[in-house]
Ligand binder design. Structure first.
Ligand code: SAM
Length: 186
């Protein structure tokens, strides 16, 4: 697990925003990479990279000419990512996921093939969660995938009106076990 001590400090600073005490497990990271079809992607967005374990797993599977934009709200995590992850395909943004559309446009990126999200839809204000859900559905290319990992199921309530029913799975080899939702945009 990448940046465990830094991650714990982030949780102590802001438990509701970080939503977990430890970073994602390698098993969860591999499930996200698989469900997101990262090996075939040209443009990927990650919402809530934290200390970068999921980001690193995405980069390892990402084709050489592809791009990954990682949007992180916590300034300490964003600094940590800048210091520890060096990859020309990676574009780091210190911002809220609410700015996904303008950030894609400012970077002149194509509509993403995949968006991977660990941000806590259950603790954000409902209007913020709904705004992000609507933007994710809007920016994703047709046939693109939205993969969200969450302890609770709130993300499905926000996303289903925009993208329909997801495939629902559990990843038990994670602390704590998490739900993984995968949508494919029609
Ligand atoms: C559960 S952690 C996931 C971290 C990492 N991807 C992992 O799996 O180990 C959720 C992350 O989302 C970030 N976050 C929360 N709300 C956000 C928002 N509105 N926009 C961007 N990032 C956000 C938190 O700061 C935290 O880094």
């Amino acid at each position: 697990m990448r940046g465990g001590a830094e991650f714990l400090r982030g949780f102590v600073r802001n438990p509701a925003q970080v939503g977990s005490v430890v970073p994602s497990s390698p098993r969860l990271e591999q499930r996200l990479v698989r469900n997101g079809c990262i090996a075939q992607a040209k443009c990927v967005v990650e919402l809530g990279p934290g200390t970068g374990g999921t980001t690193d797993a995405i980069l390892q599977a990402l084709p050489p000419a592809a791009r990954l934009m990682a949007i992180e709200l916590d300034p300490h995590f964003h600094d940590h990512l800048r210091r520890t992850l060096h990859d020309s395909r990676l574009l780091l943004e210190h911002a809220s996921a609410e700015r996904i559309a303008e950030l894609l446009s400012a970077r002149r990126l194509a509509p993403p093939d995949t968006i991977i999200s660990g941000i806590p839809f259950s603790t954000m204000p409902a209007e913020v969660s709904d705004r992000i859900a609507s933007l994710v559905a809007q920016v994703l290319r047709p046939g693109g995938r939205f993969v969200a990992y969450q302890v609770r199921a709130h993300v499905a309530g926000f996303m289903t009106p925009y993208l329909g029913e997801p495939v629902r799975e559990w990843e038990l080899l994670n602390v704590p076990p998490v739900r993984v939702f995968t949508w494919v945009k029609a």
